[in-house]
Design a protein around this ligand. Structure first.
Ligand code: 6CS
Ligand code: FE
Length: 317
C-alpha cells in the first residue's frame, strides 16, 4: 500500500489508517497505533554524536552507546547527599504543593509519588540541575548544548510506593510532547540507598538502539492517568521478552549519591517498594537544544508545561 505525501498531509486521520506507510513517509517512530504493527522493532536512526572534550572517557562513552546507560556510584559526597535529602523532605511536606497538578499522588493513596518541575520549585535543586559536573557529562553525551525538558523527584515511600511499568521515555515524549529525535539524556541521582527490596530502577541494556511501536491511541489528558500508572505506551510483552532474552535486566543499586545517566530511549521500569525505606531520586532530563519539541506526534494536544518545559528557562507554575 502506498499513498502520496500530499494526500497524507491533507488528511491527518490517515496517520492512523496507514501506519505502515507513515513509517517511511513522515514519522520514523510511529506509536500509539490502533492495530499491531507488522515490525515489532524499528531501528534507531540517530547515531551518537559525542562532544570532543569532557569528563567521560572513551570506554564510558562506548558503554553508554552499547547499553543505553552509565552508572557512577558515589557521584555526590555524603554531605551533599544530606543537604539534598533535607531539601527533598521539605518539598515533600510543603502544603503549598499538595493539590497542584505537578504533585502527583500514588494511584491508591494520597502519598506523593512524583513532584515535577523541581528545578523551578527549589533553588537547591536548580543549582544541582545546572551543576557543571552534570552538564559537562550530559552535553558530552549529547554532543551539543542542552536545556531541561523535564525534572522530577520520584519519592517511592516505604511500603506505599508503587512501581513503574516498562517504558521508553522517548516514546512518551515523542508521542505526547512532540520530541522529534532521540537526542535527550536523563540524569537520575539516588538520594536514598537503593537496594533490591525498595524498588530500584531496572533497565534493559541495549534497548536504546531499537524503537518499539506501542499499540493504543492516546486519549485526551492521558498524563493524568499515566503519571500514576502508565498503561499506554508500554511495549508488547513479546518485544520485552525478546530484548530481555538477549541482554537481561540490570538494576544499579548502592549508596545514596550515585548518578545514573540514561538515554531517552532505554527501556526501564521498577517494582513497588516492599521495604520500610523510601527510594527517592531526583531526575533531570536534558534535551539537545536543536531537538526542540513541536506538535505531538500521536496525541491531539500538547501536555502541560510542567511535563515538557521550553528552552527559555521560564515556567508560569
Ligand atoms: O510522562 C513522562 O514524561 C514520564 N512518565 C512516565 C510514567 N512515563 C514516561 C516518562 O518517563
Ligand atoms: Fe521513565
Amino acid at each position: 500500500m502506498y499513498i502520496e505525501a500530499s494526500q497524507r498531509h491533507r488528511d491527518h486521520s490517515l496517520r492512523f489508517a496507514n501506519q505502515e506507510t507513515e513509517t517511511f513517509l513522515n514519522d520514523p517512530y510511529p506509536t500509539r497505533l490502533s492495530t499491531a504493527p507488522s515490525q515489532p522493532f524499528l531501528p534507531r536512526r540517530e547515531k551518537p554524536k559525542h562532544g570532543r572534550g569532557g569528563p567521560l572517557g572513551q570506554q564510558q562513552l562506548a558503554n553508554f552507546d552499547r547499553d543505553g546507560f552509565l552508572f557512577e556510584p558515589d557521584f555526590l559526597s555524603d554531605s551533599d547527599v544530606r543537604r539534598f535529602q533535607l531539601e527533598l523532605s521539605e518539598l515533600m511536606t510543603n502544603d503549598a504543593f499538595r493539590d497542584k497538578e505537578y504533585a502527583v499522588t500514588e494511584p491508591d493513596s494520597e502519598e506523593i509519588r512524583s513532584l515535577f518541575a523541581v528545578h523551578f520549585l527549589s533553588e537547591v535543586f536548580q543549582k544541582l540541575a545546572y551543576d557543571s559536573r552534570l552538564l559537562s557529562r550530559v552535553e558530552q553525551l549529547l554532543g551539543g548544548d542542552s536545556y531541561i525538558h523535564q525534572s522530577r523527584i520520584n519519592y517511592k515511600p516505604g511500603f506505599a510506593g508503587k512501581g513503574f511499568n516498562w517504558h521508553s521515555d522517548f516514546e512518551t515524549w515523542h508521542a505526547e510532547d512532540g520530541m522529534p529525535e532521540m537526542r535527550a539524556v536523563s540524569a537520575s541521582i539516588i538520594l536514598t540507598d537503593n537496594h533490591q527490596f525498595n524498588g530500584p530502577l531496572m533497565l534493559i541494556p541495549g534497548s536504546n538502539n531499537v524503537f518499539i511501536p506501542c499499540v493504543g491511541e492516546t486519549p485526551n489528558d492521558n498524563y493524568k492517568k499515566s503519571l500514576k500508572s502508565q498503561e499506554l505506551g508500554t511495549p508488547p510483552k513479546s518485544a520485552l521478552a525478546e530484548l530481555i532474552a538477549q541482554r537481561g535486566i540490570q538494576a544499579p543499586t548502592g549508596r545514596a549519591g550515585g548518578l545514573l545517566l540514561f538515554d531517552c530511549n532505554t527501556l526501564h521500569g521498577s517494582n513497588a517498594n516492599m521495604s520500610p525505606d523510601p527510594r527517592s531520586n531526583v531526575f533531570f532530563v536534558y534535551n539537545r537544544h536543536d531537538n526542540l519539541c513541536g506538535q505531538p506526534y500521536a496525541a491531539s494536544t500538547p501536555r502541560p508545561e510542567f511535563l515538557a518545559h521550553r528552552p527559555d528557562g521560564l515556567w508560569s507554575g
